[in-house]
Design a protein around this ligand. Structure first.
Ligand SMILES: *Cc1c(COP(=O)(O)O)cnc(C)c1O
Length: 450
């Protein structure tokens, strides 16, 4: 909370995600910092650079990586920043050749030398990677940039609290066969790959990821999991997660989708993915064709801040919506990124109004090792939820949940609007902090003891 309150006093900070900045203020800030704002759009979208230098297309992510055609080069903005000179960096973010595929690439980013030494140590403890277009959204002049905090390693990650865990939500405790977690009666998690397009510093599964896993993927690795699903008629929903399932090429996804839909009792295919956020160009017609079939399809994205909403993500969401897919989003509540009522209100509104994506869960930060610097208290989360409900459309309101350590499942955290009750006499809190009595109209059953 303190972080963000301080931030409110820094007028040079981007207003593009601020709720109370009027459309003009937001548009002018956005155009100064992020390029032109699309005309006739009432919202303040960050504008990504034109897709001239080919973001790796759907099926060639690995080919691009292997060919090295995106190797970092030191353009003047980056070089100036490294030498500490006040280069063009001081204003807009550098536009070209930002690269973050491995820890060594940190050296070419405009980080303060002091940070680089500390961060290098943290980088060694967990994969480092982010697509260039996502890095381009960072305001490097701002140490607390919400996108930067999600992808640039920080020495704080090396602080391990003994109460934190390697497997924070018990994925392994409920894994009857490899690459599958069956916690709830009617739905399973399936992990086709443990590789991602971006490695989020706040990842709850950071200790199970493998950066080159998709390279060796074949459907064979999923045969035991597919057999398990076929043997369990209670499973109605298969959730592809990982890793990021959209790392896989369209043909592989289509093969997997066909295998899953051949299991008659499965009704819905869900994909948990960050690719629409960090690599929206990956969302192409071939992907839609690969996923479309007998099953209802639900894509669950992972936006944490309104600054991640750009023209390219709007286009990606439109493609998925037009395909008829259900679109939901999960956000992780992160200190220093989005633990701020205005930031969350703007994020959840823009998800609905700009992207047509319904906020689904706001996750309390898990007990993963090395995430203490990101973790708020539950009280703070409840306070933020109170600042949302009623103040923004119910369409924009996620459930605030905690995943219990050990695999006991998700707990809806509230807040509760019950101030008191006695029998059928209730006292409720209203969204604007008044208290109101309510007598339940009960005609048959006598009041039960509570
Ligand atoms: C979160 C989770 C799910 C999905 O839960 P929903 O409430 O349906 O979104 C399924 N399985 C496991 C193990 C989970 O952690």
């Amino acid at each position: 909370m303190a972080d963000r309150d301080d931030d409110a006093e820094a007028p040079q900070r981007s207003d593009s995600w601020r709720l109370d900045a009027g459309p003009e203020a937001r548009a002018s800030t956005a155009s100064r910092e992020r390029g032109p704002v699309p005309r006739a759009s009432g919202h303040a979208l960050a504008s990504r650079p034109a897709p001239d230098d080919s973001c790796p297309a759907a099926d060639s992510i690995h080919a691009a990586a292997a060919s090295g055609r995106d190797e970092p080069s030191r353009d003047t903005a980056v070089a100036a920043a490294q030498s500490g000179e006040p280069g063009p960096l001081a204003t807009p973010a550098p536009r070209k050749r930002l690269e973050l595929r491995r820890a060594a690439d940190l050296a070419a980013l405009p980080l303060a030398p002091a940070d680089r030494a500390r961060d290098a140590e943290a980088a060694a403890s967990f994969h480092v990677k982010a697509p260039r277009r996502y890095l381009e959204l960072i305001d490097w002049a701002d140490e607390r940039d919400p996108i930067r905090r999600q992808v640039i390693p920080s020495a704080e990650e090396l602080v391990h609290d003994p109460r934190e865990r390697e497997d924070p939500i018990g994925d392994a405790a409920h894994s009857p066969v490899p690459r599958l977690t069956h916690r709830y009666p009617d739905r399973v998690l399936l992990y086709p790959t443990y590789q991602c397009a971006v490695y989020c510093r706040h990842c709850f599964r950071k200790e199970s990821l493998a950066d080159d896993d998709a390279a060796t993927y074949t459907i064979d690795t999923l045969e035991p999991a597919l057999a398990y699903i076929a043997e369990h008629p209670e499973i109605r929903e298969v959730i592809l997660t990982g890793g990021d399932p959209l790392i896989l090429a369209n043909e592989r996804l289509e093969e997997l989708r066909r295998r899953i839909e051949a299991i008659g009792h499965v009704r819905l295919l869900r994909l948990h993915t960050r690719i629409p956020v960090v690599l929206p160009e990956r969302i192409n017609p071939g992907l839609v064709a690969a996923l479309k079939g007998r099953l209802m399809v639900c894509v669950v994205t992972h936006f944490n801040h309104a600054r991640e909403i750009t023209e390219a993500t709007v286009a990606a969401a439109r493609t998925l919506r037009e395909a008829g897919f259900m679109l939901l989003n999960q956000t992780v509540l992160l200190k220093g990124v989005n633990d701020d009522a205005e930031a969350l209100r703007t994020l959840f509104r823009e998800l609905v109004y700009a992207l047509g994506i319904r906020p689904y869960y706001l996750h309390h930060c898990d007990s993963t090792r090395g995430l203490s610097h990101f973790r708020t208290t539950i009280d703070r989360g409840l306070e933020l939820m109170t600042a949302l409900r009623g103040h923004i459309s119910g369409l924009c309101l996620p459930h605030y949940v905690l995943d219990l350590p050990g695999g006991d499942g998700k707990i809806p955290l509230g807040p509760s609007y019950v101030a008191a009750r006695s029998g059928f006499e209730w006292k409720f809190k209203t969204y604007d902090a008044r208290t109101r009595d309510y007598s339940e109209i009960v005609t048959e059953n006598p009041p039960r003891d509570r």
